[in-house]
Write a protein that binds this ligand. Structure first.
Ligand code: G3H
Ligand code: ZN
Length: 286
């Protein structure tokens, strides 16, 4: 069933695992991610960025794809459809009214007071609809769709500010930027575990780790032990899909049936997602 993230993340936090947010770029992603979740008996979050929603034809199209696949597949595991890096109150409202069960309001580029006011407004609307909300403080580096943060701008969240934002807004989960990056890392990631621990200890809210692509397993496990209950992955699925599509096209230069080259790409996404679910410990937690 399509549900909010609230209960799945509370359980993950209590039981010491993380639920994966896998970004959905089109139909094939939804197929691969839902199939992986059912096979692994794992809760799952389908992340949809504003850019991806635009690409698919709108928020309503993304919801319709996920809902109709869940009916066809007879999905039994909990599934959330979540707006990734929502840029404004209006976009969050649009997603909520289109049937999203969760939204992120990313006010991380605003001064603290503005971020709090904006997040609060989104929470008020979302909670009326039973929709969960994720907020962010600090700045995650790298690029995802329209969101570009260069090295100089990337910043670590300040624990006292995190506490203030969480207390004043009543968000369901929280993404403190602590050195993770969207897209591939330049060298090894340098995550601020001390601050992660501090933020979790003073807030006790499920934490979210963005930029899941390229983070070593030991760092993922450490993050989970310090309160991370959600890990976002996008680029790694894109890379594995594209590699499989490229191989299929290279192997048969006269191929033209999209099912014959997109199919292997979809299978590659599914296998990557299964690997992440096992790594995050969400398998058999549905
Ligand atoms: O919001 C989505 C993610 O943080 C994805 O990051 O593309 O580096 O895996 P990634
Ligand atoms: Zn992100």
């Amino acid at each position: 069933p399509l549900v909010s993230m609230k209960e799945m993340l509370e359980d993950a936090k209590e039981s010491g695992y993380a639920v994966g947010q896998f970004n959905m770029n089109n139909l094939e992603y939804a197929q691969a991610i839902l199939q992986a979740a059912e096979e692994e008996n794992s809760p799952v979050i389908l992340g949809v960025s504003e850019g991806a929603a635009r690409y698919m034809g709108g928020f309503g199209v993304a919801v319709a794809i996920v809902e109709s696949l869940m009916i066809e597949y007879g999905t039994t595991v909990p599934v959330a459809i979540h707006l990734d890096h929502g840029s404004s109150f209006e976009k969050c409202a649009e997603a909520i009214h289109a049937g999203f069960t969760s939204v992120m309001i990313d006010g991380s580029h605003y001064p603290l007071e503005e971020n709090i006011a904006l997040t609060k407004k989104v929470v008020e609307l979302a909670h009326i609809h039973g929709v969960s909300v994720e907020a962010e403080l600090g700045r995650i580096g790298g690029q995802e769709d329209d969101l570009i943060v260069d090295d100089a701008e990337a910043a670590y969240a300040i624990p006292a500010e995190c506490k203030q934002l969480i207390e004043e807004t009543n968000v369901d989960c929280f993404a403190p930027a602590l050195g993770s990056v969207h897209g591939p890392y330049k060298g090894e990631p340098n995550l601020g575990f001390d601050r992660m621990e501090e933020v979790f200890n003073i807030t006790n809210v499920p934490l979210v780790l963005h930029g899941g692509t390229g983070i070593p397993t030991k760092d993922i496990q450490r993050a989970i032990s310090l309160g991370t209950a959600k890990v976002n992955v996008n680029t790694e699925n894109q890379i594995s899909q594209t590699k499989a599509v490229r191989e299929a096209l290279n192997a048969k230069p006269d191929l033209y049936d999209p099912r014959k080259y997109l199919g292997p790409g979809t299978e590659a996404i599914k296998q990557t997602v299964i690997g992440k679910m096992r790594e995050f410990g969400s398998s058999n937690r549905a």
